[in-house]
Design a protein around this ligand. Structure first.
Ligand code: PEP
Length: 257
């Protein structure tokens, strides 16, 4: 039985005081029902320490994640942060290969693969993002495209490493656009991702790996998306920036559990 995971991606939002306020509000909302769901806040690097202090003080099970990391443990990489740094600051998760990083910062499948390998080696959960552009979707090559991204991201991993991997299917045309994939469109790709993992590793591993949907998830569509067999939660951008709206999504996942 896979446990739902609801991960908030704050992107480049929230100053330190705002991050403290938002995480504190979520801690105030937290109740035992939320234990049915894994909840993670993927916050800007500068907010990690402060949010960790809030989460630690309130003793909830809400976990903390980074949004990107460099694969080298240290060195002359101005502006980057390393896995030992995020781990030391309290992160148990890290997003890798978000489409915005691929598009605006030139991250390649090879970069994503290096980061995933180092994260699992360091026992940090990798939320590996994959997803097609509208062009690819319109030309009906989305399954081929996304499954190739999955194979590239997970290349060279051992089957045991997969318990530190979450895959997030995020069609680029649905991110921040208010245009959500239909549950059937999302399910088709999430099922193909699981089948790809079964083909590259084992069916047992594929049955345990969590596959999330991301792309304008909100209160209006969360129930129908989570009702799909191969969707095990959400990577949530916009709707995670407000405590009340993210709470509604977490509670929808708890109810669906
Ligand atoms: C995201 O950034 O991963 C995302 C899914 O954003 P949004 O929910 O705003 O579409």
């Amino acid at each position: 039985m896979r446990k739902y995971l609801m991960a908030g991606n704050w992107k480049m939002n929230k100053t330190i005081p705002e991050a403290i306020a938002l995480s504190q509000q979520l801690c105030n909302y937290y109740n035992r029902e939320w234990d049915k769901v894994d909840v993670v806040l993927c916050v800007p690097a500068i907010d990690i320490k402060s949010v960790h202090t809030v989460l630690d003080f309130d003793k909830t099970d809400i976990e903390l994640g980074a949004q990107n990391v460099h694969q080298e443990p240290s060195g002359a990489y101005t502006g980057e942060i390393s896995i030992p740094m995020i781990k030391d600051a309290g992160c148990t998760y890290c997003i890798v290969g978000h489409s915005e990083r691929r598009e605006y910062f030139g991250e390649t499948d090879e970069d994503v693969n290096l980061k995933v390998k180092e994260l699992v080696l360091n026992k940090v959960n990798a939320i590996v993002c994959v997803g097609e552009s509208l062009n690819v979707r319109d030309s009906e090559r989305h399954i081929e495209f996304v499954t190739a991204q999955v194979r590239a991201a997970l290349a060279g991993l051992d089957v045991e490493d997969l318990d530190k991997v979450v895959v997030a299917y995020e069609p680029i045309w649905a991110i921040g656009t208010g245009r959500t994939a239909t549950p059937e469109q999302a399910e088709e790709v999430c099922a193909a991702i699981r089948a790809t993992i079964a083909g590259s590793f084992t069916q047992e591993a594929a049955d345990s790996v969590r596959v999330l949907y991301g792309g304008s998830m909100n209160q209006g569509n969360v129930d129908s998306l989570l009702a799909m067999q191969d969707i095990d939660g959400g990577l949530v951008g916009g709707a995670s920036l407000d405590a009340n709206s993210f709470k509604q999504l977490i509670e929808a996942a708890a109810k669906a559990s």
